[in-house]
Every structure is written in structure tokens, then in C-alpha cells.
Design a protein around this ligand. Structure first.
Ligand code: DGL
Length: 261
């Protein structure tokens, strides 16, 4: 079984790519909705949550665990790997490397939570893969919470998105990395703003490929999906159509359930 988790709905963008690539895998998705968002919390709190949620997935029999959250990966994937050295762990990091490689203007931007934006891990990622380009890191507080509320396209978000994106576009950025898995669901608002000037870069497909590479035996099952959340599990399931994910709902073996972790 493959476990995928995030603070809330964002990791569903990664889950959908994994589900498409592994039609026979049994998948469990766990949203830590009792503690969403992670992006405004400190590192020790995020580490504590990642170990609790990760341990729950291991106890359920997951042999591959995908940390479908940039914030949790930056703050805690090393600690999680140290705790479970046998486990196959896939983390999610902003697509700085592909963005730097694709940039013609040699200027890229990373949109991320406040926690990821200030993280040492992002600084190291930029240091490793993007020394030949200028990287502008833009924290976007409140965006993940907006996705949780399914307020994906309302008018005040269009204005807010312009406030963040217009200065980046004016400075010549031509690749904009979606450095939070929630932001994939904001594309309907972001795409028209950047159209013709910059590309949005998302790593869900690349993460799914890595998961597929690591998966072997856990990928052979009944193709069932289990959804769970640490609060309001019914909201997780109800969000699937609004997020354009009706196809993964078809794999649900049972209604989404509550997990105390
Ligand atoms: N989806 C997460 C990420 O990729 C976390 C968002 C949040 O909980 O603040 O960073």
C-alpha cells in the first residue's frame, strides 16, 4: 500500500498523478485537517505532525509514503527518513531545477508558504540547481487556506494574485514555480494572469514518477483508495468534484473516515 499525506487538500494534486500512473495500487490519502495550514507553523510543530501522521501510515501497512507537501518536506522529511530508514519515502520540493533549466530570461520565481519560503532546504535547493539564474522567492500566506475553503476563483483572489504576480512578471520572470501542492488548484486564477509571459511549474507528475519507480510490490493491489482526515473527513471527500478529481473518487472503497493521530 502507498500512503500519501498533506496538511489538507493540496496533496490530492499529487495523489491524482500517482493514481493515474498506478491504476492497480492500493492508496491511502491522509489529510491533517485538524492542523491545516502547516505554512504558518514553526518547524518543530510540523516535524511532530509529520512523525505522527507518517507513523500512522506505516502502522496501516504503507511501504511507500509520499510527503505530498513542500512545507512538511522542507521541515521534516530528514527526521522522518531517520525514524524509518527501511521505508521508501518520497518528498516534494519546489521545481526550481526544471524552472531554472527552462528559463530564457534567467529569472524565475518560487511561490510558497511562509515556512517553505524561509527554509534552509529551499535555500540549498536554489544553491544546488539555480546558481545561473536569479530566483525570487514569494511567500503567499493564506493561499492554502483559500484552497481548503474551495475559494479558488473569487474576485478578491484575482486581485490578490495580481498583487503577488504582477511585480514578478514586470521584473522579467518567465517561470513561476508552484512551491506548495495546494497552489495547483489555483491554476484557473493564476494561468490567465501569467499567460504569454511566464509558465507555471508544478512537480506533481515528477513526484508521481518517482513514487512509481519506488513502488514495485505496493503497486499491485485492488486499485482501492482510502481517504482519511484528522478532522472533518466528509469535507475531504466532498471537495473532490470541486477540485476536478471525480476520477479518483471512483476508486473509493468506503467513505472518508476520521483518524486520531
Ligand atoms: N500543501 C502544503 C505545501 O505543499 C502545505 C500548505 C499548508 O498547509 O500551509 O506546502
Amino acid at each position: 500500500m502507498i500512503g500519501v499525506f498533506d496538511s489538507g487538500l493540496g496533496g490530492l494534486s499529487v495523489l491524482a498523478a500517482i493514481a493515474d500512473g498506478l491504476p492497480r495500487a492500493d492508496l491511502v490519502y491522509l489529510a491533517d485537517t485538524a492542523h491545516v495550514p502547516y505554512g504558518d507553523k514553526d518547524d518543530s510543530f510540523i516535524r511532530h505532525r509529520v512523525l505522527r501522521i507518517g507513523t500512522h501510515l506505516v502502522d496501516q501497512g504503507c511501504r511507500v509514503v509520499v510527503v505530498a507537501c513542500n512545507t512538511a518536506t522542507a521541515a521534516a522529511v530528514s527526521a522522518f527518513r531517520e525514524t524509518y530508514p527501511e521505508l521508501r519515502v518520497v518528498g516534494v520540493e519546489p521545481g526550481v531545477k526544471p524552472a531554472a533549466a527552462a528559463s530564457r530570461s534567467r529569472r524565475i520565481a518560487v511561490l510558497a508558504t511562509a515556512s517553505t519560503a524561509r527554509s534552509q532546504r529551499l535555500a540549498q535547493l536554489i544553491e544546488r540547481h539555480a546558481t545561473s539564474v536569479e530566483v525570487l522567492v514569494e511567500a503567499c500566506p493564506g493561499w492554502a487556506t483559500r484552497v481548503e475553503a474551495l475559494r479558488l476563483t473569487d474576485g478578491d483572489f484575482v486581485d490578490e494574485a495580481h498583487r503577488h504576480l504582477d511585480p514578478l512578471l514586470e521584473s522579467g520572470v518567465d517561470q513561476i514555480v508552484l512551491g506548495c501542492t495546494h497552489y495547483a488548484f489555483l491554476r484557473p486564477t493564476l494561468e490567465p494572469i501569467v499567460a504569454g509571459k511566464a509558465m507555471l511549474v508544478d512537480v506533481a507528475e515528477a513526484v508521481a514518477r518517482q513514487c512509481i519507480r519506488l513502488a514495485d510490490a505496493p503497486a499491485a493491489g485492488g486499485g482501492r483508495l482510502t481517504l482519511a482526515a484528522t478532522a472533518q473527513p466528509e469535507r475531504l471527500q466532498a471537495a473532490l468534484p470541486a477540485l476536478g478529481l471525480k476520477r479518483i473518487a471512483r476508486r473509493l472503497a468506503q467513505p472518508a473516515h476520521l483518524v486520531i493521530a
